[in-house]
Design a protein around this ligand. Structure first.
Ligand code: NAD
Length: 356
């Protein structure tokens, strides 16, 4: 075997995983030396404020329930002004990537420790990445200071995640792990996390769609989400994430759906240069029959994911714009990004053709 060489950074993050682990919340707050969390969530999950207040016996400093997709800095500023009127000594976010983003943005600005209760499969709670938008511009920074101190994964909280969002958010998670397998800075431990994360999601998401209240399927999907989030935290992303970033930033397409549609296409583009990864994936994605792209295509259609970027509202003339914006970025991909070939791939995703 070739001699190996890699860097590995582990965070000092604490993770609690399991059915009903939310009951340990008060102990976790106390263990951080805190007494008065500021609760953060979205308007859609505002009812969580009462539930958490009850679990914490009323010991909360306040709540801010206007977390918004893509972490706009004006919302963060509003939350910051409000936070200063409270005596909050820590941040407690409950929700998906949007809420986690607000928690990260506030912890960066206040230095307060952040406890996160994750309720989607997006994985942001594992990463040092913070993407913020100001004047329609998305600025991403990587700073280990934004990694939440404690993350709680309680499968009970995922039962209410609508099936459509479970599917797209699950594919978003799988994309983190897929790209981690061929990242320039991949490592043996990333490979273990990635393959197990992809296997767990690919084998449980169809079950979640059929029975969204199944603890067994939900638990497996959440496990996969955690592992895939770890992969995103430990590697540098390539073509798939870069393209989704451009689609989201340029056209404001919805985050999780975009990832779900693009993944088979972006992987098919890179496939010729990553034969071993494709072989590994074909072994863990059900119904691959030796071809991971086929397995992914079948999974995507079984999950009822919107089939095309067109269905998300992208216009045909935007294909060129998106390609140009992508070509302006500098990033590494195992198969070099050639303008013509990548534009053809984007067109296929736009039309909703099967990835190949
Ligand atoms: P989201 O956080 O925007 O959630 C979508 C909606 O679902 C919200 O209204 C939310 O309140 C609701 N919801 C969440 N969990 C629920 C549950 N269990 N039951 C009922 N409703 C629930 O969606 P997301 O896909 O988790 O996050 C997307 C955002 O996260 C994007 O802005 C993306 O850029 C960011 N993200 C960041 C990272 C990172 O590492 N920084 C990683 C992945 C995603």
């Amino acid at each position: 075997a070739e001699s190996r060489s890699f860097e590995y950074n582990e965070s000092s993050q604490r993770v609690l995983f399991g059915k009903g682990v939310l009951a340990k919340l008060a102990t976790e707050v106390a263990a951080l030396g805190c007494k008065a969390p500021l609760l953060l969530t979205t308007p859609q999950q505002a009812s969580a404020v009462q539930d958490l207040t009850q679990i914490l016996n009323g010991h909360v400093a306040g709540s801010f329930t206007r977390a918004t997709m893509h972490t706009p800095t004006d919302v963060t500023e509003e939350a910051l002004v409000y936070a200063k009127t409270t005596n909050a000594d820590c941040l407690l976010s409950i929700g998906g990537g949007s809420t986690v983003g607000l928690g990260k943005a506030l912890s960066l600005r206040t230095g307060l420790p952040h406890i996160c209760i994750a309720t989607t499969y997006a994985g942001s709670e594992m990463t040092p990445i913070l993407g913020e938008t100001k004047n329609q511009q998305k600025v991403t920074r990587v700073d280990r200071a934004v990694i939440p101190k404690v993350v709680i994964y309680d499968v009970n909280l995922t039962l209410s995640l609508p099936t459509g969002m479970s599917a797209t958010s699950g594919l978003n998670a799988m994309a983190h792990a897929v790209e981690a397998l061929y990242a320039k800075d991949t490592s043996p431990i990333v490979r273990i996390f990635a393959l197990e994360g992809i296997r767990a999601l690919a084998s449980s998401l169809p079950g979640v769609m059929e029975n969204s209240q199944s603890i067994a399927f939900r638990s497996e999907a959440l496990l996969g989400a955690w592992l895939c989030g770890k992969c995103l935290a430990m590697t540098t992303v390539a073509l798939h994430h870069k393209l989704c970033h451009v689609l989201g930033g340029t056209l404001n397409l919805p985050h999780a759906e975009t990832h779900a549609i693009v993944l088979p296409h972006a992987l098919a583009y890179t496939a010729p240069d990553i034969p071993q990864v494709m072989k590994d994936l074909a072994e863990i994605i059900p119904h691959s029959e030796g071809d991971a792209i086929q397995g992914l295509n079948r999974l995507v259609s079984k999950l009822g994911i919107p089939s095309s970027l067109k269905a998300l509202g992208m216009k045909e003339e935007d294909i060129e714009l998106v390609t140009d914006n992508l070509m302006m970025l500098t990033f590494w991909n195992p198969r070099p990004v050639n303008k013509d070939s990548v534009q053809k791939m984007i067109r296929r995703a736009w039309l909703g053709e099967q990835a190949r």
